[in-house]
Design a protein around this ligand. Structure first.
Ligand code: INI
Length: 160
């Protein structure tokens, strides 16, 4: 008997996705949003099925993401933000709460939740991850969401 491998497929057609984006460090986060929208639409999602929610900063992302996920009607919530250590003495609190809150939500939500919050030492590292030499983490978080929606559906279909 063959080993059963269950894995997500990468098509996004028909998928409804919410992007939660912090305004803080907007010059970076806007690039992540562009990357995420690019990944979704190039994978078949309709622009009209993507909603972007902007909140003040990374600290607020988990609260908004939870509300959106609990309101229903979305297959995935992609969380995007940027916390730069050099720019704030409370980096660990903001970055920690964002990661903890999004992680907690991911473990309890019915829909897919992905993490595209940059936590970097300096602006240069953030720029590198927002569409330059280290890729675009917004794009990556959206691709992870597409994969997770497909994987979760397959798991639900087998259980049902
Ligand atoms: N929010 C960020 O998203 N990134 C940061 O680098 C940052 N810094 O540097 O402080 C930041 N702070 C704001 C925070 O997320 C909240 O919006 C604020 O504390 C109000 O609750």
């Amino acid at each position: 008997m063959e080993t059963r491998v269950v894995e997500g497929k990468l098509g996004a057609s028909g998928m409804k996705v919410a992007i939660i984006a912090g305004r803080f460090n907007a010059f970076i986060v806007d690039r992540l949003v562009q990357g995420a929208v690019d990944a979704l639409t190039r994978s078949g999602a309709l622009a009209a099925d993507i909603a972007i929610y902007r909140c003040p900063g990374a600290f607020e992302i988990p609260q908004v993401a939870r509300r959106v996920a609990e309101a229903g009607g979305v297959d995935a919530v992609v969380c995007l933000g940027c916390v730069i250590r050099g720019a704030t003495p409370h980096f660990d609190y903001v970055a920690g709460e964002a990661a903890r809150g999004i992680g907690e939500l991911a473990r309890t939500a019915r829909c897919a939740i992905t993490f595209g919050v940059l936590t970097t030492e300096n602006i240069e590292q953030a720029v590198e991850r927002a569409g330059t030499k280290a890729g675009n983490k917004g794009f990556d978080a959206a691709m992870a969401a597409i994969e997770m929606v497909s994987l979760l559906r397959q798991i639900d279909d087998r259980a049902g």
